[in-house]
Write a protein that binds this ligand. Structure first.
Ligand SMILES: [Ca+2]
Ligand SMILES: [Ca+2]
Ligand SMILES: [Ca+2]
Length: 489
């Protein structure tokens, strides 16, 4: 089975998906048991560097989830996770055919790094795989990426944080046929003039060529949402777009889309920092004729808050890129905004298929300040030793420092990443690496007995107090006691 270099939802690779389904069908028909996959329980990933193993604790915050992708925190600090609802049919149970998505809530009230109980469903029946979820105030935005049903569904949270969400409206995309990359990423923040600023990416039609001018993607609003002035809109591909959404409590009014960036193949991960700067990725070009091999590197890009919506920077796709093999910048650079970092191999260790991106949590040690974490999905349908492209990468763009925080060949498909007050949350779509399991007569035929849509994991990475901190604290307490005794004479 061919691997693919790009993120699992992004890459085109319809041919790859077809080949994968064909293989699954063959396995079904032959009644083949595939027994070489990892065990049924995830192994909590070890951090790559010895120093980090002492400075951090990694816990399996939640297991048994259906392809968990993106995350957000709710008002009480509990975790909202986008998952697949899956099903007993083998197609329903696979990543790409996943017919319905669900937003679920996980609570860790006792603070031991493990969710206290099973996930609570907050919203269900969202179309297909939800690849991005964001919350601003009482509005939750979920981006569904299933082909032909791409949409942002908008939800209102209840007066109690545990109340199920209520549907508030929808922004539906209509991509012309033949688009390899649709829309996968959201970023959201309060808008300066009230309401919510919502950014989404619009992918490129093809792998290695810019989408021709004049090709547009339709955008309509319904279900309680409407564009100011009515009607629908069209947006340019190869871009990031912005709308501002106002909620009067019963209906949503959506501004006309504004283009934020151009020259992007597939900006599959986006995040605002605390000062409103936008950090985002672009997924690199696959080698034509050998789509499993990266041709250009995945990128980390940046637009400063003062430039956002003021200019439309060109990030270079398709003519200008950083070559994956050797890090060389290829193509004209005049008028092109080059990436802050390009994820070329480090000492031969690969990273391919950048998914989400998060700023390092403020609670992390000082040497992580100003840096970002980027998970890589890696080899198609493979996990563990067979996936040598799937690290969690740390990069500090101001120093150029970059290393694999969790090595490749450790997890299945690292996907979502979220900085929170609790630490860094990280999802793994399926800890065995499978995007689907052959199921026959309701029985999983892959040897581990667990459906692929119940093998997803959320990990939590928290800093532990350094021994020196504890010693200093102990010395401080001892000094205070001695001082009190001295004062009392
Ligand atoms: Ca707990
Ligand atoms: Ca670029
Ligand atoms: Ca399985």
């Amino acid at each position: 089975m061919p691997p693919t270099a790009s993120a699992p939802f992004a890459p085109g690779a319809h041919a790859v998906v077809r080949a994968w389904w064909r293989d699954l069908c063959r396995a079904l028909l032959a009644g083949v048991l595939i027994g070489h996959w990892a065990g049924s329980e995830p192994v909590v990933p070890q951090l790559a560097r010895l120093e980090d193993r002492e400075r951090f604790r990694v816990t399996a915050f939640a297991t048994g989830l259906g392809f968990p992708t993106s995350m957000a925190t709710l008002a009480d600090g509990s975790l909202l996770v986008a998952t697949s609802e899956g099903g007993r049919d083998w197609l329903d149970n696979s990543l790409f055919a996943s017919p319905r998505g669900a937003l679920v809530r996980l609570v860790d009230a006792d603070g031991d790094g493990v969710a206290d109980g099973p996930a609570q469903t907050m919203a269900a029946g969202l179309p297909g795989l939800v690849t991005s979820v964001r919350r601003v105030g009482n509005l939750v935005f979920a981006l569904s990426s299933r082909g032909g049903a791409e949409a942002v569904t908008v939800w209102r949270t209840g007066s109690n944080v545990a109340d199920p969400f209520t549907a508030a409206g929808r922004l539906a995309f209509s991509f012309p046929t033949g688009f390899e990359h649709s829309t996968y990423a959201l970023a959201a923040r309060p808008a300066a003039g009230g309401g919510v600023e919502l950014l989404f990416n619009v992918g490129a039609r093809q792998n290695s060529t810019a989408t021709p001018a004049g090709v547009t993607v339709g955008l309509s609003a319904d279900g309680g949402a409407s564009f100011a002035g009515g009607g629908s809109r069209a947006v340019a591909p190869d871009s990031i777009q912005r709308v501002v959404i106002h909620d009067d409590g019963t209906s949503l009014t959506v501004s006309a889309p504004l283009q934020i960036a151009k020259g992007l193949r597939n900006a599959a991960g986006m995040v605002f920092d605390a000062t409103g700067n936008l950090w985002f990725e672009d997924n690199g070009i696959d080698t034509e004729g050998n789509r499993g091999v990266s041709y250009s590197a995945d990128e980390l890009n940046f637009i400063g808050s003062d430039q956002l919506g003021v200019v439309v920077p060109d990030f270079g796709f398709a003519a200008t890129f950083v070559r994956y093999a050797d890090g060389a910048t290829v193509g004209p650079t005049e008028g092109v905004t080059l990436p802050l970092a390009a994820f070329t191999p480090l000492d031969g260790e690969k990273s391919e298929g950048a998914v989400e991106v998060a700023l390092a949590p403020g609670s992390f040690p000082a040497d992580f300040a100003g840096g970002l974490f980027v998970p890589f999905s890696g080899v198609f349908n493979q996990g563990g030793a067979a996936n040598d492209e799937n690290p969690l990468v740390f990069v500090n763009p101001s120093t150029g420092r970059r290393f694999h925080f969790i090595a490749n060949q450790t997890m299945g498909h690292p996907n979502g990443v979220l900085a929170s007050a609790r630490g860094l949350f990280l999802t793994d779509l399926n800890h065995t690496g499978r995007f689907g399991d052959p199921i026959s007569g309701g029985v999983t035929q892959n040897g581990d007995g667990i459906d692929a849509d119940r093998e997803g994991v959320v990990y939590l990475i928290t800093p532990v107090p350094e021994p020196s901190t504890l010693i200093a604290l102990g010395c401080g307490v001892a000094s205070w006691i001695a001082f009190r005794r001295w004062r009392r004479g």
